[in-house]
Design a protein around this ligand. Structure first.
Ligand code: SAH
Ligand code: F3S
Length: 470
């Protein structure tokens, strides 16, 4: 891999702990042992946590003091979640000392990939990067036999990267939704983003494997799948002979018993007409698209190396809205990118007013190690970034409230997920096709489609009355 020497870390370290010789060399079974996992970051990390638990076959517990193994699965995309890793691991290390129990503590995921053996300082027993998770069972066995392990080696082996042991403990008929990985890594190298370093090059999962996994999930009661990857709509672009993302949607749309298909995250650069048509024509593909724009200024988009212009982005939005009526569109925004002037920021404000997204995820630019933007001149002061962030968040709150209000009075198809968070004994919760959470009174089996008349709207959810079951 071209620049690996400089920015990619690959380590494989096995250290033997002293005073553990009684267990050395023994094959340690993980059967019956308990695991607690704390996950930071994106859906890919959530899926990786599920994969690890399934692969280990250990019993998941909800309280760290009951666990034999604690894993902190980490996110490196901004400085804040990265720093949280240290305090989180510190918390478990002191818990271990306090309750005098031999808990094995590990750090996995993106920060592990980025920092490797440096993280042993925290007191962790194992550090496992994003490409070595398929070996988690062997690694933890070795840790129980007295070793301290760092493994941030990289692999392009497709079956290792996508190995998806069916997490039966999760899909026991009570889980309605599942994530399915279709692609991993990123070749786009946006100048602010650490993901190409922590996740490596784009690897495409064979479509046959994806289709097979979705069929299996449906047979276990799953009704909605979210296809995940860092660049899902670019699926297959660098894999000769593979079908396109639009074709993949059409194949999955044929699966009996599957009700809904979602996907994230898409890149405006790969938002083809072929894909928009497939979204419009496949009845299982939901009317929701998360399409990160990052900035409304062409100058900043260029410095970010996003490879589309504001005008191209707006044209995509127009096409989506004309071909897919009622589609909800959400986005990501970064404020305070190096060199972002007041005028550039106003362009972003203007974009938010023009497009009127359903919602946005907005962030202050955070310099990440190994990325070009971290070294660019004209870094924006922290207070100014905070002011810009607050401004757009307040603007978006107003727009989102208005958008939610538009649902009141409408009849919406809801896929029921389970009891609501509040009033659990009376209320159920499900989502509209556009992804809005809806609470309503009634007793309905999770996984069923119902119709709900929306009566009230809030910033982040809707409330309605059950009208009929489908
Ligand atoms: N395509 C990816 C994007 C990953 S990062 C995906 O799978 O979702 C998610 C979002 O975090 C980005 O869209 C961007 O808005 C934000 N982000 C990434 N790097 C950042 C940085 N250095 N500072 C601030 N925000 C950042
Ligand atoms: Fe990051 Fe850009 Fe890829 S935001 S994940 S480098 S598309």
């Amino acid at each position: 891999m071209e620049k690996r020497g400089k920015i990619y870390r690959e380590e494989k370290i096995f250290l033997s702990k002293k005073n553990k010789s009684s267990q050395n060399g023994e094959e340690i079974s993980l059967d019956g042992k308990k695991i607690f996992v704390r996950t930071f970051g994106c859906q890919m990390n959530e899926k990786d946590s599920e994969r690890m638990v399934a692969k280990l076959g250990m019993i998941p517990v909800s309280s760290p003091d009951q666990a034999d193994v604690i894993i902190v699965n980490t996110c490196a995309v901004r400085e804040k979640p990265e720093h949280k890793v240290y305090s989180e691991v510190g918390k478990y290390v002191s818990l271990r000392e306090r309750i005098k129990k031999d808990i094995k503590i590990g750090i996995t995921g993106c920060v592990a990939q980025l920092k490797g053996s440096e993280l042993l300082k925290t007191g962790a027993d194992f550090v496992v990067g994003t490409h070595a998770l398929h070996r988690i069972d062997e690694i933890i066995s070795e840790v129980f036999s007295g070793k301290v392990i760092v493994d941030t080696s990289l692999t392009t082996n497709v079956s290792d990267r996508f190995e998806s042991p069916m997490p039966y403990s999760f899909y026991d008929g009570s889980r309605v939704k599942a994530f399915v990985t279709i692609q991993e890594g990123c070749n786009q190298f946006c100048t602010f983003c650490v993901v190409p370093i922590t996740r490596g090059r784009e690897v495409t999962r064979p479509s046959q494997d994806i289709i097979r996994e979705v069929i299996e999930l449906v047979s276990l009661g799953v009704r909605e799948v979210t296809l995940i990857g860092q660049n899902v709509n670019g699926y297959g672009w660098n894999t000769p002979g593979e079908i396109s993302f639009a074709q993949l949607l059409r194949e999955l749309n044929k699966i009996d018993g599957l009700y809904r298909i979602r996907f994230t995250t898409s890149n405006p650069r790969y938002m083809s007409d072929e894909l928009i048509d497939a979204m419009a024509e496949c009845e299982k593909v939901c009317e929701h698209l998360h399409l990160p724009v990052q900035s409304g200024s062409n100058k900043i988009l260029k410095k970010m190396a996003r490879r589309y212009t504001l005008e191209e982005y707006l044209e995509i939005i127009d096409k989506l809205r004309s071909k897919i009526p009622g589609i909800a569109i959400t986005t990501d925004i970064i404020v305070g990118f190096p060199g972002e002037t007041e005028k550039d920021f106003e362009d972003t404000v203007e974009l938010l007013k023009t497009v009127r997204f359903d919602d946005i995820f907005s962030f202050k630019f955070s310099p990440r190690p190994g990325t070009p933007a971290a070294r660019m001149p004209d870094q924006i002061p922290e207070e100014e970034k905070s002011r810009r962030l607050k401004f757009i968040q307040e603007l978006q709150d107003k727009i989102t409230l208005e958008k939610m209000q538009e649902y009141v009075g409408k009849l919406e198809e809801i896929l029921v997920e389970g009891p609501a968070e509040r009033n659990r004994d009376k209320d159920m919760m499900g989502r509209t096709r556009t992804g809005k959470p809806v609470n309503f009174e009634g007793k309905v089996e999770p996984g069923t489609l119902v119709f709900v008349r929306i009566t009230e709207s809030f910033r982040n959810s809707l409330r309605g009355e059950l009208v009929r079951q489908n």
